[in-house]
Write a protein that binds this ligand. Structure first.
Ligand SMILES: Nc1ncnc2c1ncn2[C@@H]1O[C@H](COP(=O)(O)OP(=O)(O)O)[C@@H](O)[C@H]1O
Length: 277
């Protein structure tokens, strides 16, 4: 592990164009910190700095958790209230699969086995989506990425750092029960559960679809992959991680997330309380 230096400074993530020309560098200002977070600079020699993120950046959030831990459901509630751009690695992959491209066909082979799709496919997909103007302007809500240390390191090398890492903690038996009952409305994107969150009308019920990897057998493979990688990712974000009890109802889970995000926003913008001044 590299040198650990505690430096009171503010930090400014360079704009996408600057990131492209100066990879692996983060510009440090000298304003007094409003809140301290520990981050790693660069990708090879992690020298952790304890810095404050400049409050005029848009809010950047990561949400993580085991398969069917509720990430997608909570992301719908978070984006509705905070206006962040929801970027879900799984959705990006399924969209690629829908194009029947060679990359999509290759990705599906891994997804059907509950394995992580290779970094050379996922990292580029997520990076390109993060670089789009809407993500930069409104802030991003990154869902289901990173799922490995190499993916987290890649994100750092592009100078993308979250202000908070939300970890949905759900018991394994709850996860399996959720997966087998999960259904998706292809028209609205809404997520339902046949037992816990049934469709409002027969019309919706008739058009619901089930993901090809949402079977009891496949979710156990996905859970195995999750357990093999989760600790290495958590180690990178341990100083900004907020653990959420995901076993509760949808609204009770969101109440915890809402409190965490509101608290963070007020810490960064005590006066205005807005996402950015
Ligand atoms: N960051 C990622 N890296 C590699 N593969 C991924 C990643 N995110 C999703 N996948 C693939 O897509 C599948 C579905 O992921 P996702 O839609 O996030 O559902 P869940 O959160 O329920 O696992 C995963 O099982 C994995 O095969």
């Amino acid at each position: 592990m590299g040198l650990t230096a505690v430096v009171n400074t503010s930090i400014w993530f360079p704009s996408p164009s600057e990131s492209r020309h100066r990879p692996n560098r983060i510009f440090c200002g000298s304003n007094s910190p409003s809140s301290l977070v520990r981050i790693f600079c660069g990708s090879n020699s992690p020298s952790s700095l304890s810095v404050s993120s400049k409050s005029n950046e848009a809010l950047n959030v990561m949400i993580s958790g085991a398969p069917a831990s509720g990430k997608g459901t909570q992301c719908q509630l978070i984006t509705a209230k905070y206006g962040l751009v929801h970027i879900a690695a799984g959705d990006l992959l399924r969209a690629e699969i829908a194009t029947a491209s060679p990359i999509g066909n290759r990705a599906k082979q891994y997804m059907e086995k509950g394995l992580l799709v290779p970094d050379e496919i996922v990292v580029e997909m997520v990076k390109e989506r993060l670089l789009k103007p809407d993500s930069q302007q409104h802030g991003w809500l990154l869902d289901g990425y990173p799922r490995s240390l190499s993916q987290a390191t890649a994100l750092n090398s592009f100078s993308f750092r979250p202000h908070i890492f939300l970890l949905l903690d759900v018991s394994e038996h709850v996860l399996v029960d959720r997966v087998v009952g999960r259904r998706l409305d292809p028209l609205t994107g809404n997520i339902y559960h046949l037992k816990y969150s049934p469709p409002e009308t027969q019309e919706i019920a008739a058009r619901l679809t089930q993901r090809f990897d949402d079977s009891e057998e496949k979710v156990k493979l996905r859970l195995k992959t999750h357990h093999q990688n989760v600790d290495s990712v958590l180690s990178i974000y341990k100083d900004i991680t907020v653990k959420i009890n995901g076993n509760l109802s949808k609204d009770q889970v969101f109440a915890q997330i809402d409190t965490a995000l509101t608290t963070l926003i007020h810490q960064r913008n005590p006066a205005s309380g807005s996402l950015t001044p």
